[in-house]
Write a protein that binds this ligand. Structure first.
Ligand code: SAM
Length: 321
């Protein structure tokens, strides 16, 4: 039930009667910026001499992270390699392997050791107001959770990203979800912009197909990454992706007036990353948060009873002011 706020006492001290969906009419994002404000925040955060903003380094991410100054990153979006024998070209994946770029780097050392090394770098570089989203398949989740606990990160959410297809199986269920864990350094102080009334921890977002285009085989949909950016950063913030792949995080950050830094060990991805990132203009995808919500009229058409109550309360408020 998403209407708990409907039952709270109203400003005049009276207990409001419960009306389903009424809270949606009164909801406003915690933070919002017009396109102009977002652009100004981005422009004003351009000159930093501690880090090279909007850049990609083709290095091992542990080295890259060690080179970053302390408290320099607002948001981390990390989609590490699976650590399973995956080349993204298997017929099980029902994809055209000829357009998949060679050199997908799997983890050769123990996955646990690799995971604890790169996750161990997060607490130092992440600001206390910052957040880290880490993607994981179910088979490696244990290593991610253990390493994060060892590093002292606080787990705020365990999100399930549900997509529309999985690997064909014969004797077990088809995996059609991913885990996405939200960690913070300081659970009391981290930034979170609740810009949706009822943001649930199950995200149903389809993987996109890009027929005819070369890509690293594990590309995330822009929409998934954009959600992390929207809820956990502000325009002008710095977003780090330690495992760039195709550069999805950088493209999402740039298109939403955020700066980025990325690491990628596979130099063969340079051309794809360049194309993905630099074809996006700063702010290209940005829409102020209130503009993404349904208007009062649209809500009214969906929930007529709540609309009537909303109008009644608004009239009462207007008279009182
Ligand atoms: C799952 S993919 C990331 C896909 C990306 N999120 C996207 O949407 O395109 C993981 C990437 O990490 C890279 N990688 C593997 N080990 C690495 C390391 N130690 N440092 C940096 N990158 C690494 C792989 O080459 C691969 O491109």
């Amino acid at each position: 039930m998403d209407e708990s706020t409907d039952q709270k006492k109203s400003q005049d001290g009276l207990r409001r009667k419960y009306v389903p969906h009424l809270a949606k009419f009164f909801f406003r994002p915690d933070f919002d910026w017009s396109a102009e404000e977002a652009k100004n925040l981005y422009e004003n955060s351009r000159s930093r001499d501690d880090v090279k903003l909007d850049s990609v380094r083709y290095v091992d991410c542990v080295k890259g992270m060690r080179d970053l100054p302390s408290d320099s990153i607002d948001l981390i979006v990390a989609d590490p390699p699976f650590g399973i024998d995956f080349d993204g070209k298997s017929s099980m994946y029902n994809r055209d392997g000829t357009r998949v770029v060679e050199g997908y780097e799997e983890v050769l050392s123990s996955y646990d050791q690799f995971t604890s090394e790169w996750i161990g770098e997060i607490p130092r570089i992440l600001k206390d107001t910052g957040s880290a989203y880490i993607f994981s398949g179910w088979n490696n989740l244990e290593d991610i959770l253990r390493s994060a606990r060892k590093a002292g990160l606080a787990m705020m959410n365990h999100i399930i990203w549900k997509y529309q297809f999985g690997v064909f199986t014969k004797r077990r269920f088809v995996t059609s979800h991913y885990h996405l864990i939200l960690f913070t350094n300081d659970p009391k102080n981290y930034f979170f912009n609740k810009w949706e009334n009822y943001p649930e921890d199950v995200w149903i977002i389809n993987r996109d197909y890009r027929p005819g285009q070369s890509k690293n085989s594990t590309k995330l949909p822009l929409q998934v990454v954009q959600r992390c950016i929207d809820f956990s950063s502000q325009p002008g913030d710095l977003v780090l992706d330690p495992f760039m792949g195709n550069g999805t995080t950088a493209a999402a950050a740039r298109g939403n007036w955020r700066h980025f830094i990325g690491f990628e060990i596979n130099k063969q991805l340079r051309e794809i990353i360049d194309q993905e990132v630099w074809s996006v203009k700063p702010g290209q995808f940005y829409i102020p948060y209130s503009d993404r919500l349904p208007s009062i009229e649209e809500l009214g058409a969906m929930y007529p009873r709540a609309y009537k109550e909303y109008l009644r309360q608004r009239t009462k408020q207007d008279r009182a002011s």
